[in-house]
Design a protein around this ligand. Structure first.
Ligand code: ZN
Length: 455
């Protein structure tokens, strides 16, 4: 059987997907009903597609939209507005009207084998789904190719199809793209899962097909994820509450420290469908191997790290049954331990040395101040705020070098007594001595004012 491909411009997809995909372009509730026009005046003089009866194009567009409403939990609406001119799309056609055009009037579909294409223009952010920002669609035109033989869904069902494509399956697929659906399986991808292979959004379409006229379970899950009920969360310790880029930062207690408030993250669920949520079914993954359930969970972080928090919510809605939604905040939690300062010194040339910073920065975002203090005897001779400076001593002799590191969880310091000698670059390594808490008080004299903060 001859198989042609649908195309979709500007679609970027993750490589390893196990289910439906999105174009990461979508509409918001303010855009509904999604209004569309069809280049079909019912006369088949110049408009629509000559291989189907007059008026069929306008009918099939409405049937294509109707097919997507099998996803009963997906709250989008659409409205057929009437006839438009049969014009091609181009980047200039950003009139914020969604057209269906036929016979490729703008000569846009040059790729051989293309049945039809949806071109969606999007800007800004519609919403963030599972940590991914989706662009806000504002114009989506669907163009059918020239020189393709089409037939109607009814003719295919009646067994009167040969070497033709079912216009209804093709239009339902393209409307899926307009709504924000990507291909369940993409060209070149092995598609072993029958749900993905049989989805309307699978990338190919055979001649005389009928199945893609109705969306399947994979299509339903994908469109429900876009427009169905959803829930998000926010937690305590947020740096910029309400911002999409906000993070929750806290200080992890060191083992054995008596006087320390644990870093306890308390979260609340936000949803317009809050009353539908089944509390016991909410599952939380804190990113550190621990999990919780419920709608007002809390969690104590006791190991420094950057963590992604993921929550799966389950709800029950009259008319559409049980729905679920997974929301993820990538790198949301920064759990900081007290900075562990460490350094080494490397000879460069003459009395010039490089101060090699070996402070543990494996947890991103915890340290924001670095200061090297150079002491000659008891006198502070220099302070440098840089990660790994080169330093030239004025005279040969013995110096004490202190590296102070400051961040959310307070300060840490380490020191080294060091003899600066004038010589050619031959390299020399030393090791620092970490300072105990008792010694720190005196050594931090002159340190930038980093108080031990709690968030
Ligand atoms: Zn497609």
């Amino acid at each position: 059987m001859k198989r042609l491909i649908f195309t979709l411009a500007a679609l970027s997809l993750p490589v390893s997907a196990m289910a439906w995909k999105h174009t990461e372009e979508a509409w918001t509730t303010d855009d509904f009903p999604l209004k569309y026009w069809v280049a079909d005046d019912g006369t088949a003089e110049t408009d629509c597609e000559e291989s189907v009866p007059p008026g069929y194009c306008a009918t099939v567009a409405q049937q294509g939209y109707a097919a997507w409403h099998d996803a009963q939990c997906a709250d989008f609406t659409d409205e057929y507005m009437g006839v438009c001119e049969n014009v091609g799309y181009s980047p200039n056609n950003a009139d914020r009207k969604n057209y269906f055009a036929f016979n490729d009037p703008g000569d846009d579909l040059k790729e051989a084998g293309t049945l039809a294409a949806a071109l969606t223009l999007a800007t800004g952010t519609a919403f963030i789904l599972d940590g991914v920002p989706y662009k806000h669609s504002y114009d989506s035109d669907i163009v059918f190719n020239d020189n393709v033989k089409y037939t109607t869904h009814e003719e295919v069902l009646a067994g009167n199809c040969s070497n033709a494509f079912n216009m209804r399956t093709v239009i339902t697929h393209e409307i899926g793209h307009t709504l924000g659906m990507g291909h369940s399986c993409e060209e070149g991808e092995t598609c072993l899962d029958s749900d993905l292979y049989n989805a309307t959004m699978e990338w190919t379409e055979g001649q005389c097909g009928v199945d893609a006229a109705d969306i399947n379970s994979d299509d339903i899950q994908g469109i429900t994820a876009l427009y169905g009920p959803y829930a998000t969360f926010s937690c305590s310790h947020e740096l910029k509450p309400g911002s999409s880029s906000t993070q929750a930062i806290g200080i992890v207690c060191e083992e054995g420290s008596a006087d320390c408030d644990p870093f306890k993250l308390k979260c609340v669920v936000e949803s317009t469908a809050y009353d539908e949520l089944i509390a016991d079914s909410a599952e939380w993954d804190w990113g550190d191997g621990e999990t919780s359930s419920g709608l007002t969970p809390s969690h104590v972080y006791d190991t420094p790290g950057n963590y992604t928090v993921r929550a799966k919510f389950v709800g029950e809605r009259t008319g559409c049954g049980e729905w679920d939604y997974t929301y993820r905040k990538v790198g949301y939690v920064t759990a900081c331990g007290v900075p562990k300062s460490a350094f080494d010194i490397e000879h460069v040339d003459g009395l010039t040395y490089r101060l090699l910073n070996e402070t543990d920065i494996s947890v991103y975002g915890c340290i924001f101040d670095i200061q090297w203090d150079i002491f000659d005897g008891g006198t502070l001779v220099d302070s440098i705020k840089a990660w790994e400076p080169e330093y030239t001593f004025e005279e040969p002799g013995e110096y004490r070098i202190v590296l102070n590191v400051g961040g959310y969880a307070g300060t840490g310091a380490s020191e080294m007594t060091f003899e600066a000698k004038r010589r050619r670059g031959d390299g020399r390594g030393c090791s620092t001595v970490g300072l105990g808490a008792g010694a720190m008080g005196t050594l931090l004299v002159g340190l930038f004012g980093v108080a031990r903060r709690r968030w």
